[in-house]
Design a protein around this ligand. Sequence first.
Ligand code: HEC
Length: 145
Amino acid sequence: MKRTVLIALALLPVSLATASDDPIAQRQDLMSETREALKPLIGISRGQADFDAETVSASLAVFANTAEKAPALFPEGSETGGDTEAKATIWSDRDGFDQRFQDFAEAVAAAQAANIASAEELGPKLQDVLGTCKGCHDNYRVEKE
Ligand code: HEC
């Protein structure tokens, strides 16, 4: 499980470099990293991997980075192109969208502040975070396949 995180972190500079200054590619890369960081946490919470505090804090740090950087990667003019799954509602309801990022940031901050020390403690905090992923995707991301 630890290895997954290390690989994800090792890939980070590469993906950022290839994303250049295209906000669509950048936000998709950021979201992909977020999904990769999520995987070890799912494994731990399901008991498929041993609890590891470093893995948990590394993943939460990736989430916090996404919460901080992603809102700026949806500028006017990036509504279409680059295979984006962003819904037009992001730009017609910007306050609502920003609020979803705020909810996400708060759930991540709460998980970080909780000093999670076991899979049992991780479960509910992870559910809270995942609820905010879904809360945004349901409203602001096009469903594909
Ligand atoms: C405030 C809104 C918001 C939150 C919170 C959010 N996402 Fe996203 N996510 C999006 C949007 C919008 C897209 C589509 C971006 C695009 O294609 O331009 C996306 C795309 C993705 C993608 C596809 C990336 C790709 O390569 O196209 C993944 C995976 C993803 N999100 C995972 C997550 C996970 C996991 C979380 C929570 C831990 C999360 N997201 C939280 C808005 C959000």
